[in-house]
Design a protein around this ligand. Structure first.
Ligand SMILES: Nc1ncnc2c1ncn2[C@@H]1O[C@H](COP(=O)(O)OP(=O)(O)OP(=O)(O)O)[C@@H](O)[C@H]1O
Length: 248
């Protein structure tokens, strides 16, 4: 059973159609990336999937009792308020200290617990947000542009980290990005959105699709080279599994 699926979802803000007949499904354990130009509806689709916005048409179905970890694009709290990392991790409710210790170890933020959230670097903040999402023991992690503000080495490292988490926790990952090539390489499946789903499939299938090339051309190469250079472990072979993926 899919962890989450959207069936024929449409959404408009006033007269502006942002999502048009979008259908997709996320299966257990897979890493799926949503790419698309600025303003193509990626964040809106994430908000529909996480239940923050109701679509005008179509529906979203989740596996019953789905444990969903969400990493937002930006922190929705006032950064000028004094707050330690530890206190932030205990919001909106107090967590088991052992679970916090584990999430901190998994994301490499041990030692930052007493630091002020406002003083963290971009990369540290991303890890703290990820740690908080892991506290629910997610079956599905949804991340909206998780590497915004990171440099290319930071970005490549973050994606590798997500892959390791997927391997160790067995969770599925659905993330939004517009830094194409690097994120695509870390994905089992890529969905290209431009208000509607233009094309989808393995990274290779999407990279070669005329619809994708029309939107992005050749994209950025630098981060990809960096990622491949450092990428020395073996991928699960999901390629074959998803070739004929059925979204009906
Ligand atoms: N709450 C809102 N009210 C009105 N218009 C909105 C709202 N949220 C988003 N939009 C508009 O909807 C369109 C899609 O926005 P969305 O944030 O979903 O795109 P995106 O693909 O995530 O963009 P980006 O890559 O720039 O983050 C944009 O034109 C945006 O201005």
């Amino acid at each position: 059973m899919s962890l989450i699926r959207a069936d024929h979802v449409s959404l408009a803000y006033g007269r502006q159609t942002v999502l048009s007949d979008v259908s997709l499904a996320i299966e257990p354990g897979e890493i799926v990336t949503l790419v698309g130009p600025n303003g193509s509806g990626k964040s809106s689709l994430v908000k529909v999937l996480t239940g923050q916005i109701r679509p005008d048409a179509g529906q979203v179905r989740r596996k019953p009792e789905l444990r969903l970890g969400y990493v937002p694009q930006k922190l929705a709290i006032d950064q000028s308020l004094p707050m330690t990392v530890l206190r932030f991790l205990n919001l909106p409710r107090r967590r088991d200290p052992e679970a916090i210790r584990r999430a901190a170890a998994e994301t490499g933020i041990e030692g930052l617990e007493q630091r002020q959230v406002a003083d963290l670097s971009g990369g540290q903040m991303q890890r703290v947000l990820l740690a908080r999402a892991l506290l629910v023991s997610p079956e599905l992690l949804i991340l909206d542009e998780p590497t915004q503000g990171l440099d290319q080495p930071g970005e490549a490292a973050f994606y590798r980290h997500l892959e390791r988490l997927r391997d160790s926790l067995g969770c599925a990952v659905f993330m939004v990005s517009h830094d194409l090539h690097v994120v695509m390489s870390a994905s089992d499946r890529v969905i290209c959105l431009n208000h509607h789903v233009c094309c989808e499939g393995t990274p290779k299938v999407v990279r070669d699709a005329p619809e994708y090339r029309a939107l992005f051309g050749q994209g950025t190469q630098g981060a990809l080279a960096l990622y491949q250079h450092d990428h020395d472990h073996h991928h699960h072979d999901h390629e074959h599994d998803h070739q004929g993926h059925d979204h009906a």
